[in-house]
Design a protein around this ligand. Structure first.
Ligand code: GYE
Length: 305
């Protein structure tokens, strides 16, 4: 993989790096912050960004990648909506000698089909959420009933957060996941699924939502059911976007594991290195922290997204 070879991309002759980026969609606050950061970072780095929004559909992403190949961009980056089903299009990119950078989410294809995967360790995020619960309920003598709102079915963060969370809570057999359903990472779906869960289960102690947006939707459902979020039902989420942090500072959420959407700078650096033929690490992991209510209050005034 020695870069894009001969012709300069899109015939512009400007010498600017041309980066084709296929985004998942605009399903969450995390995603809109991620998009904004990538667009701003491209501008700052003098990269010609061809941005395409897939509206959470894999076929749209595949079509976008094929169009980037046709346009002979220098580098293709994308945030794969789901883990499976990418082999064919990744092989097409490879045959066209266009390097691919996975951004934010992973695929299950052979690692020779992409240059690097830049993003969070989602198993670790799930573990951090579970570890907090283990500490919070260390003296519990009775079962603690947990419901889980999973992200998009088949998406790396949904699969891995669930895995890490369930591994961590196994430390205390009192911690029980009594129901687990997808809310597709959206606020509307999170609310709808939580309404159904509240009807089916009268004894929910904890909600673990795979992102802030589903947690915020569920929070509304909990309030409308006459319960107090943060007290009657504790809420643990992932992301730490502004609205989530506000809910945490207000005592309606109890704990957030940060997932950093600001990948733009690293993506531009990586794309430039790849184009220049430099080797980059096969895995670039984002650095992240966690927030309780006190830390959220401190962080909110200077939070950028
Ligand atoms: O947590 C969620 C978004 O892939 C890490 O996707 C990302 C996830 C993020 O919709 O809010």
């Amino acid at each position: 993989a020695c870069g894009s070879g001969g012709d300069s991309a899109s015939g512009s002759g400007s010498g600017k790096l041309v980066l084709g980026f296929s985004q998942v969609g605009a399903e969450s606050g995390w995603r809109t912050a991620n998009t904004k950061d990538i667009q701003e970072a491209a501008k700052a780095a003098g990269v010609d960004l061809k941005f395409s929004d897939a509206q959470q559909k894999q076929e749209n992403q595949i079509a976008a990648i094929r169009s980037f190949i046709k346009q002979k961009v220098d580098v293709i980056a994308f945030s794969p909506v789901v883990v499976t089903g990418w082999d064919a299009v990744l092989k097409e990119a490879k045959a066209a000698d266009i390097p691919v950078v996975l951004t934010d989410r992973a695929v299950d294809s052979d690692a020779s089909l992409y240059v690097t995967f830049l993003g969070s360790d989602f198993v670790e995020e799930g573990k951090k959420a579970g570890d907090w619960l283990v500490g919070e309920y260390k003296d519990a003598k009775e079962p603690v009933n947990i419901v889980q709102l999973e992200g998009t079915v088949g998406a790396a963060p949904a699969i891995d957060r669930k895995k890490g969370f369930e591994q961590a809570i196994a430390a205390n057999p009192n911690l029980k996941v009594i129901a687990s359903q997808s809310g597709d990472f959206t606020r509307a779906k999170g609310k709808e699924v939580m309404q159904a869960l509240l009807k089916a289960h009268k004894d929910i102690d904890v909600l673990f939502a795979h992102n802030d947006d589903m947690g915020l939707g569920a929070m509304q459902a909990i309030q409308e059911a006459g319960l107090t979020p943060g007290k009657d039902i504790k809420i643990v989420t992932v992301d730490a976007v502004k609205d989530g942090m506000q809910a945490l500072a207000d005592g309606k959420f109890n704990f957030i594991v940060e997932c950093n959407p600001l990948l733009g700078g690293q993506l531009m650096d990586t794309a430039k290195k790849v184009k220049a033929g430099e080797t980059v690490a096969k895995r670039i992991v984002t650095v992240e922290t966690v927030f309780d209510q006190a830390k959220a209050k401190e962080a909110l005034p200077t939070r950028k997204y």
